[in-house]
Design a protein around this ligand. Structure first.
Ligand SMILES: Cc1cc2nc3c(=O)[nH]c(=O)nc-3n(C[C@H](O)[C@H](O)[C@H](O)COP(=O)(O)OP(=O)(O)OC[C@H]3O[C@@H](n4cnc5c(N)ncnc54)[C@H](O)[C@@H]3O)c2cc1C
Ligand code: FES
Length: 281
């Protein structure tokens, strides 16, 4: 069992968990993830390690509640245990001194961008972060991102906080103003990463995205996380999750992410029904 040492609501739909997992905490690097299963009958879901403390032996996971398992995770209390936690999985982010690096996070994607921005800064880069969300109530880690960035720009789609814009529009605006970026990383929902790929290609910035296809084992065996990059089949869990933004087939990623949409809805409906006592009727 992996104990939940601390739990905190960051937004009405997003919770932060501090989990005791000393073996994983001793090895994990920015860009890597874990696959967890809450209990014996639970499904496996991948979550990025948003932070780690090697001395304390803890991992920080930040979870947006969108379906059955993430909502069920939201019912865990401090002191509860998670049955399985496998990791660290995936390739770590390649960190080097590029010069000026843009760290771009959309929605829950700000969580995985945070340790990358910090590591890029520690490697001597000038870090310019652009973070955004649909609205103010979904924006996370603004203070933490500001602490690891030389400059930070905040946007919301609805203009409820920061500038009313998409993060990619803000990136293009900075380039128009004369900023030169030597590297960029963008993480968020697929439409955001697709737009990020277009913007960075247009502005001639070498860029990576972190792909989030459906995953099961996270170790390259089931094939579920298949993506197409530069026309070749790759498994995001072992070959990624980060890939060159300009080479990703986002249409295929979108289509594969939606494969089980009916089953996911049914699973959530059954869970909500069970939770409200409907099953005992
Ligand atoms: C490498 C990686 C890192 C991730 N990191 C985070 C994170 O740090 N925080 C966070 O909130 N979310 C993260 N996700 C997404 C998270 O795994 C899904 O939101 C979660 O699995 C949804 O499960 P659910 O049962 O709550 O929702 P469901 O209703 O089952 O699914 C909702 C949507 O989530 C996606 N999804 C469903 N099952 C999986 C699965 N097994 N693997 C991947 N995606 C799935 C699908 O697009 C689906 O349409 C990450 C995904 C990947 C691949
Ligand atoms: S999740 Fe099974 S091969 Fe990647």
């Amino acid at each position: 069992m992996f104990k939940v040492r601390k739990k905190e609501a960051l937004t009405p739909q997003t919770k932060l968990y501090l989990i005791e997992a000393p073996m994983i905490a001793s090895k994990v690097l920015p860009g890597q993830f874990v696959v967890l299963r809450i209990h014996e009958e639970g499904e496996r879901i991948p979550l990025t390690v948003a932070d780690f403390d090697r001395k304390e032996g803890t991992l920080t996971l930040i979870v947006q509640e969108i379906g059955k398992t993430t909502k069920e995770m939201g019912t865990l209390k401090e002191g509860d245990g998670i049955l399985d936690l496998v990791g660290p999985l995936g390739k770590a982010t390649h960190i080097e001194e590029f010069g000026t690096v843009a760290c771009v996070g959309g929605g829950i994607g700000i969580a995985p961008v945070y340790p990358i921005a910090r590591a890029m800064r520690e490697a001597g880069n000038k870090v310019i972060s652009i973070i955004g969300a649909r609205g103010k109530d979904l924006l996370i880690l603004e203070k933490e991102m500001a602490e690891v960035s030389d400059e930070i720009y905040v946007t919301t789609d609805d203009g409820s906080y920061g500038k009313k814009a998409f993060v990619t529009q803000e990136l293009e605006r900075l380039v128009e103003e004369g900023y030169k970026f030597d590297f960029a990383i963008g993480i968020g929902p697929v439409p955001m990463m697709r737009a990020f790929a277009m913007s960075t290609m247009k502005c001639d910035i070498p860029a990576k995205v972190s792909l989030n296809p459906i995953m099961i084992d996270g170790t390259g065996m089931c094939g579920v996380c298949r993506v197409s990059v530069a026309g070749k089949t790759r498994f995001a869990c072992v070959d990624g999750p980060e890939f060159d933004a300009s080479e990703v087939d986002f249409d295929l990623l979108c289509a594969r992410q939606a494969t089980y949409i009916d089953e996911e809805k049914e699973s959530l409906d059954r869970y909500e029904h069970h939770k409200c006592g409907g099953c005992s009727e």
